[in-house]
Design a protein around this ligand. Structure first.
Ligand SMILES: Nc1ncnc2c1ncn2[C@@H]1O[C@H](COP(=O)(O)OP(=O)(O)O)[C@@H](O)[C@H]1O
Ligand SMILES: [Mg+2]
Length: 524
């Protein structure tokens, strides 16, 4: 063969000139270290924060820490199979999860996979788990009630659709109970509920699902579950996944089309039970990727994590379809310490707090609501008018009672007026008690509170007040359905309503007193 030297050198020169074999490290990276569900990768120079990454063995990763020479990755899936030297690829997508009506009635994990054994879900579409909250122009102020069915809350700490109301208290104070009752109360309202269980025991979540099924509330509910046994990343993702599912309904009408002026969006209630566990999971991940620890070893941006999440709760404007997303985050305190880092953060982010207390719970006040310090800063404008007009005196009477009760412990010689106030207070406390799973429609709440604040219970022994309440409600159901219906439909407490209610209550009390078997004495 005839080989010409100059030709060879020309070819080689050409190849050298054209040589551009720099490894493309912007799209692909290699794992340089791995452990505890966290990996570090060299390369991936263009990766976005929160971007989904592809690894071998069907493992997915989340770009969590973008550093100068490496990327900290949270591994999702069977991460024990990942080794140093493995290739990791960009997907160019922020992590998304399936959303849509097919998820309603299901129990799913934060990645959108069903875990209730009822087969796969047909998602309408995929939504990114992180999304910027609706801007001000797309919102309007909270103005419709979100009834919990719990007298103490609906009367004194009213919640509106689109509001963020924190449920805070120690363990075993009935936080989950308030949330579950609220879900049950949405049965016939068309509100879609999402219960996000974060870091709870599997048995506890199973119990909640069973309860919801029992009370026919699962048909409008999605349960997103990341239990305590799951890896920290799933606990961290769960609230955002739940929120993304909720946003779908807020932005879509019942027909599945995007909401707008002519296609009303839907109303969603989401419960994050609880965010303290999410914060702990976030701290775990952050420490593993060596972010600097701040107060209580939480990373400095844990406030941003929660504010970003809760800002996504909103009431949309008419142009955007008037949908809403109401958020009830739950925070567990240690020994009632609300001044710890995470509680103070979330208190400052939310529009009000429902404080539940162990002492009250143990003394039989259930729900163990501290009505003195619980507040709702925006729900007042959403409260049913009739309730608003009645709750005013309830609030005042209770406040006076609390003051007197503390003081009356010391002395015995009390004047008549003070005694009367104490008596009234005891009965009001009694009617604000409520068993679990028994949400009460607002018109009945109004009737009962009206009865109590107008002194119709003052001559009933305290121990009989709750029996009277139950029997009176049945009595009104049978004898005064029109009165109740009028309150419900008009939302007003008119003079006619008052007169009707009065005559019914007086008639009922005659028979009730007879059942007491003895002449009732005031303050017995
Ligand atoms: N209103 C209530 N009446 C009676 N028992 C209640 C009430 N609320 C909660 N409980 C009971 O108190 C216990 C603790 O409630 P739970 O909601 O699990 O508390 P938390 O979520 O704060 O730990 C449960 O056994 C629950 O059944
Ligand atoms: Mg709980």
């Amino acid at each position: 063969m005839d080989i010409r030297a100059e030709e060879i050198s020309r070819i080689i020169r050409g190849q050298i000139e054209g040589f551009d074999a720099q490894v493309d490290v912007s799209e692909i990276g290699t794992i340089i270290s791995v452990g505890d569900g966290i990996a570090r990768a060299h390369g991936l120079e263009k990766a976005m924060a929160g971007e989904l990454l592809e690894l071998p063995h069907d493992v997915m990763g989340l770009a969590f820490n973008l550093e100068e020479d490496n990327v900290g990755i949270i591994l999702l899936g069977e991460y024990t199979k990942i080794k140093e030297g493995d290739i990791v690829k960009r997907t160019g997508r922020i992590m998304s999860i399936p959303v849509g009506p097919a998820l309603v009635g299901r129990v799913i994990n934060p990645l959108g996979q069903p875990i209730d054994g009822k087969g796969p879900v047909q998602a309408a579409t995929y939504n990114p788990i992180e999304k910027i909250a609706p801007p001000i122009v797309q919102r309007r102020s909270v103005h419709e009630p979100m009834q919990t069915g719990i007298k103490a809350i609906d009367a004194l700490i009213p919640i509106g659709r689109g509001q963020r109301e924190l449920i805070i208290g120690d363990r075993q104070t009935g936080k989950t109970a308030v949330a579950v009752d609220t879900i049950i109360n949405q049965r016939d309202t068309g509100v879609i509920c999402i219960y996000v269980a974060i870091g709870q025991k599997r048995s506890t979540v199973a119990q909640v699902v069973k309860t919801l099924e029992e009370y026919d509330a699962m048909k409008h509910t999605i349960v997103v579950s990341a239990t305590a046994s799951e890896a920290a990343p799933l606990l961290y993702l769960a609230p955002m996944a739940g929120c993304a599912m909720g946003e779908y309904f807020m932005w879509h009408g019942k027909n599945g089309q995007p909401a707008g002026k002519d296609n009303p969006g839907q109303h969603v209630l989401i419960i994050y039970d609880d965010l303290s566990k999410q914060a702990a999971a976030y701290r775990e991940i952050s420490l593993l990727v060596r972010r600097p620890p701040g107060r209580e070893a939480y990373p400095g941006d844990v406030f941003y994590l929660h504010s970003r999440l809760l800002e996504r709760a909103s009431k949309l404007s008419a142009d955007c379809g008037s949908g809403s997303l109401t958020a009830l985050p739950v925070i567990e305190t240690q020994a009632g310490d609300v001044s710890a880092y995470i509680p103070t953060n979330v208190i400052s982010i939310t529009d009000g707090q429902i404080f539940l207390e162990t002492d009250l719970f143990n003394s039989g006040v259930r729900p163990a609501l501290n009505v003195g310090i619980s507040v709702s800063r925006v729900g007042g404008s959403a409260q049913v008018k009739a309730m608003k007009s009645i709750a005013g005196s309830l609030k005042l009477d209770l406040a006076q009672y609390r003051e007197l009760a503390a003081f009356a412990q010391f002395g015995s010689d009390l004047d008549k007026a003070t005694l009367a106030q104490l008596n009234r207070g005891q009965r009001l406390v009694e009617i604000l008690k409520q068993p679990q799973y028994k949400p009460i429609p607002v018109e009945k709440q109004i009737a009962m509170i009206w009865v109590a604040t107008n002194g119709y219970l003052d001559d009933i022994p305290v121990s009989e007040v709750r029996r009277l309440e139950a029997e009176l409600m049945d009595y009104l159901d049978i004898n005064a359905p029109d009165t109740l219906k009028r309150i419900k439909e008009t939302g007003q407490f008119s003079d006619t309503t008052r007169d009707e209610l009065k005559s019914h209550v007086l008639a009922f009390k005659e028979t009730f007193k007879a059942s007491l078997g003895q002449p009732a004495t005031v303050g017995a």
